[in-house]
Structure formats: C-alpha cells, structure tokens
Design a protein around this ligand. Structure first.
Ligand SMILES: *Cc1c(COP(=O)(O)O)cnc(C)c1O
Length: 398
C-alpha cells in the first residue's frame, strides 16, 4: 500500500507546477519558424512580459535558464575589469557574482548572511568611498530563493540617488517575477533578469532580460558584446530568426503564451494577491508548528518573507528526513535546504523549503501543509498543535 499514488505535487522553488493549459499548448506539431503564427505569437509575448515586469522599455528572450539570463545581462553592459558590487542575502547573489567573475568582471560582495535582508546603509558605505565610480553596477536578488528573504529594490535605488552614484541597478527576479510586485520603471531598476520556470509556470528554458534606456546607452558604448548574448538584435529584430540568435524555442513560446494568458485572465493584481494570501496561510501553519521548539522559519519578520518560497530549519538531518517522508509516503516533493551549511551540518540537512510560486491554489497549499504536519508527527518532530487549522482559518477569511 502506498499513499503516494495519485497526482504527485512538486513543491520545490522551481521548476514550479506546470498548468495543464501550458502542457496542452505545447502539445503541437513543429511550427514554421520564419513566418506565420509563431512570429505573431512571439510579438505578443514581449509587451505582456514587460507589463508583469512593470516596464515600458525593452526585453530580450533567450533560450536559457536563469544562469543564462545572468550571463546575458552582464555581457551587455559590463566589460572585463569592471567592478560590480553585490549585496548578498543567501545563495543566488553569490551565483551571479561567480558568473561575473567568469566574464572577467571584479565582483565585491557585501555579505548579509542567510537570514537577513540587505541593509542599504552598509552598501552605501562602500559606494560612498568609490569617488571615481569604479563600480559599474550593483547586482542583487529581489528574492533570494535559498534564504526566502525579499529585498527592497527601492531602498537601493534611493541609496544610489542620494550618493549620486551612476552604477546600474541590476535585479535578479528569477524567483519573484509574477509572484511579487515588481515595478521596474517606477523603482528605477535598470536591468532585470528572470526565467520561465518559476512564477511564469513554463518549463525551464527561457531566460528574460529587461533593460531601460540608461542600460541601452551603456550597451551602445560597449567596445564588444558577445554575439549570442547581445540584446540588440533580440529586442529589435529585423528578421524573426534573430530574436533568438537562431532557431526559436518554438514549444516554450507556445507554453509561455498560455501561461501569460492565464495571468491576464486572472489579472496580475489578483495573481499577486493570491500569492500573498497563500504565503500567509503557509506562515500561519509554520508559526504554530514553531511552538514545539524544533521548527523555525528562516526569515523572522513577515514583512521580509518572500511570497514565492519559505525556508525552514528543523534540526540537523531532519529536513532531509522530512523531505524523504513527504515524497515517499505522500507524493509531495519539498525543496532541499540551499546554502545553509554550518559546521555542525555541512550539508544543510536541517533545512527544507516549500516552493509556493505560480500555479497554486488553496487546496494545494492546505494539502501540502497537511502532509508536512503528518510528516512532523510520523517523524516525532516536536511541533505546536493546530498548524493546519491556523492555515485553514487564513484561507477561510477569503
Ligand atoms: C532559480 C534561480 C536562479 C537560477 O535559475 P536557473 O534557471 O536554475 O539557472 C537564479 N536566481 C534566483 C533568484 C533563482 O531563484
């Protein structure tokens, strides 16, 4: 007998659950990549993506995951030897900084650990000393998917403006686009990167780079840009083939169109409100479980918690055990702890993450929480009673 049989549920922080409508849209014969429906469909994607990003400026689509989008963004506005400042709140800013280093850039990390948000005052200290403006960009993750903190782009913009520092502000929204409010133009973000497989509910394989006119000017002054990553032919193609630097990612485009149609039909504001509400139901359960003393939400302040993912500590070895239990016994796959190693727990086995981005509703959240509660009981992990009830009460408020 297995209670895991039935529809499996992948609740890791990307790739996220794929809607049936996305899968069905991709179940199509190979389209013509030179003219016809796919060309007109692709032209509709850019404005819809820009609307979700809160920009009236430019976007380029790459056949790439988030790492590819990272490299694409860097390649267009930074040259070997350029210094970049990287406030880090977990794992992902380190990844982007490493990508920068591979391109010959010189990243300097300002470290905020794995359970805090960026303190703009500490970033300002570094930039205030940079009187000759050697730092060409400040790069950060909007949501760090490892720690599950959400950083504030507006605070970084205000800090740059106050100092009169011309560095580009570059945001990684791979985890947050379509889940968290993001107003690229209003918040003064110059370059933003994202990808298809998290809030945008499409299989991994499409990377997005959004950029404003200031970033476009920096690109125009670059002595050399990698042909493949160059955003110029992709954002203003004279020939459809050039959108993608070669053959279009045909079926991903079909899937993305279906996903964006779902967001449009729901309304972006409604989708963001749904994500926020579902996140608060998850926290309500976790906060009750915390009373047992073993479980701990990694980000203490609700205002700083991401609506896309929640990271939890549960004691050395137990995060790993709980994940195994929920997957094997109940068909629920939770995310592993990332970047949470300590001397006592070098592999971060004490952590797990609940991915709650994208195609997700109340019954999925209550189901996942019920399974986690069953797992806590089965594994005799001390936990406060009534977590599921607390989550149900949040859902019941509507
Ligand atoms: C998932 C993620 C990435 C990496 O995306 P890949 O598609 O795995 O390359 C980068 N940044 C953040 C914030 C992410 O959540």
């Amino acid at each position: 007998m297995s209670l895991a049989n039935g529809r499996p549920y992948l609740a890791i922080p990307g790739p996220s659950v794929m809607p049936d409508a996305v899968l069905q849209a991709m179940h199509a014969p190979a389209p013509n990549i030179y003219e016809g429906g796919l060309v007109t469909l692709t032209e509709t994607l850019i404005p819809d993506l820009c609307a979700i990003a809160g920009t009236r400026h430019h976007a380029a689509i790459y056949i790439a995951n988030g790492h590819g989008a990272w490299e694409a963004a860097l390649s267009n506005v930074l040259a070997p030897g350029d210094k970049v400042l990287v406030p880090s709140t977990g794992r992902f800013a380190h990844g982007w900084a490493d990508m920068a280093e591979g391109l010959g850039l010189v990243p300097e990390i300002v470290e905020f650990g794995t359970a805090a948000t960026i303190d703009p005052a500490r970033v300002a200290e570094v930039l205030a000393a940079d009187t000759d403006h050697a730092f060409k960009a400040v790069m950060f993750s909007h949501v760090d998917t490892a720690s599950s903190v959400r950083n504030d782009p507006q605070a970084l913009r205000a800090m740059l403006d106050e100092l009169g520092h011309p560095a580009l502000l570059m945001a990684d929204c791979v985890a947050s686009l379509g889940v968290e409010r993001f107003e690229m133009d209003a918040w003064g973000v110059d370059v933003m990167v994202s990808a298809s497989q998290k809030g945008l509910m499409t299989p991994p394989g499409l990377g997005f780079v959004f950029f404003n006119d200031k970033a476009a000017e920096v690109r125009a002054a670059m002595p050399r840009v990698s042909r493949y990553w160059d955003w110029v032919p992709r954002s203003k193609p004279e020939f459809f083939y050039n959108y993608f630097g070669g053959t279009a990612p045909t079926h991903h485009l079909l899937g993305l169109r279906a996903a964006l149609d779902m967001i449009k039909a729901e309304g972006l504001e409604n989708a963001l409100a749904r994500q926020a509400k579902l996140a608060s139901a998850i926290w309500a359960a976790c906060e009750v479980w915390e009373e047992g003393g073993a479980l701990r939400l990694n980000i203490r302040d609700r205002a700083l918690r991401s609506h896309a993912v929640t990271a939890l500590g549960v004691g050395v070895g137990m995060g790993e055990k709980l994940r195994r239990w929920t997957a094997d016994t109940a068909g629920l796959t939770l995310g592993l702890g990332l970047g949470m190693s300590t001397p006592e727990d070098p592999n971060g086995t004490g952590f797990f993450r609940i991915g709650h981005m994208g195609h997700l509703n109340a019954h999925m959240v209550l189901g996942a929480l019920g399974v986690i509660e069953a797992g806590l009981t089965a594994l005799e992990i001390p936990h406060g009673k009534g977590g599921l009830e607390a989550a149900a009460a949040v859902i019941a408020q509507g």
